[in-house]
Design a protein around this ligand. Structure first.
Ligand SMILES: [Cu+2]
Length: 348
């Protein structure tokens, strides 16, 4: 990370598409080399965080209704964005001399059993699905094993101010600056009016670096009166950029659920007659579209087959499956599509 304040010429030189962040009052580019260790060491610990004990217990009285409890760690791991090295849509090999190495270091949320006894699967991009019914409370015990302070911040749920998992400078609560080795418990309520397809993500002091390294995931709050779909899919639209996060990449990879190019992104399956739901969200620096071949759905009473959505947006598409075939779902921004943002939807 370049901690030199940038002059105007430098700024203009990189402003075309580069993501510029201000951290600790210094501007830096997300596509330049980053010394995260140095940046971390230079970062002041907010006063309420310094004063807090590890995982201050939450009183049971604070929890309304029944609880859905999760134990989640943020971990660092290797991750291959294009494991098959092939784009099945274009029937092309993904050439290392074009993209650079598609293997990279990510930060990823990982689900554990009660009291962090054992992992229930690998750390993944996106993180595990969090779900609750209206009337329940999400209790999320979160431990950080990444080398930067990171957090979990939910969309859609109801929470008190200190539970929003966000860095706020000197006003930061312990849940907004979870240092390596520390644990916090978040309580997020799901009263009437919070139902929907949402997401959660890091909102710590290094935002958006940990998000672009993989710290996000789906969150659904269900209306218990609504029948569950027969098939449902959770799709996060995001990107891996060359530079600080992915030093061996030569070009951006536009990903769905941590993978890029058809055959690597999720291959979804359903059969005719199924009640199908797609829970879709975006969490990078771009606007995307969700386009589905051979299908359409209603939004505000209008039939559409392509929906634009931006960073932090989330929505659900639901229809009764009526059209068998090998279909594509993809982002219709062509540079994103041809840098990986598409997948198969196979209907029998
Ligand atoms: Cu896109």
């Amino acid at each position: 990370m370049d901690f030199e304040p940038m002059d105007r010429r430098n700024f203009l030189g990189i402003a075309g598409g580069a993501l510029v962040c201000t951290i600790g009052g210094q501007k830096f580019r997300i596509d330049s080399k980053a010394d995260l260790k140095k940046a971390n060491a230079a970062y002041p610990v907010p006063p309420k965080v310094a004063a807090a004990r590890n995982n201050t217990p939450i009183s049971k009285a604070a929890i309304q209704g029944s609880r859905r409890e999760y134990w989640i760690k943020a971990e660092q791991r290797r991750w291959n964005v294009v494991p098959s090295k092939t784009d099945e849509m274009m029937n092309q090999r993904i050439k290392k001399r074009v993209t650079g190495s598609t293997g990279t270091d990510v930060f990823a949320y990982r689900l554990y059993s009660k009291d962090f006894a054992q992992p229930l699967g690998p750390a993944t991009v996106p993180g595990p699905l969090l779900e609750a019914n209206v009337g329940e409370t999400l209790v999320v015990h979160f431990q950080n094993e990444c080398p930067l302070p990171v957090t979990m911040h939910p969309h859609g749920a109801f929470y008190s101010n200190e539970m929003d998992g966000a860095y706020k400078g000197k006003f930061t609560d312990p849940g907004g600056f979870v240092q390596r080795g520390r644990t916090v418990t978040y309580i997020w309520e799901c009263p009437e009016g919070t139902q929907g397809s949402w997401l959660y993500h890091d909102h710590g002091p290094f935002d958006p670096i940990p998000i672009s390294k993989g710290l996000f995931g789906p969150l659904v709050i269900r209306d218990p009166d609504e029948p569950l779909p027969d098939r449902e899919f959770f799709l996060g639209f995001h990107s891996f950029l060359p530079g600080s996060n992915n030093p061996n990449l030569r070009q951006a990879l536009y990903a769905i659920n941590g993978k890029a190019y058809t055959g690597n992104t999720p291959t979804l399956t359903a059969k005719v007659g199924d009640d199908v739901a797609f829970h879709v969200y975006a969490i990078d620096n771009d606007f995307h579209t969700f386009h589905m071949h051979g299908h359409r759905w209603k939004e505000n009473g209008v039939n559409i087959d392509n929906k634009t959505f931006g960073p932090g947006d989330s929505f659900r598409v639901r229809f009764i499956e009526d059209n068998p075939g090998r279909w594509l779902y993809h982002c219709h921004v062509f540079s994103h599509l041809h840098q990986g943002m598409s997948g198969w939807y196979n209907v029998t």
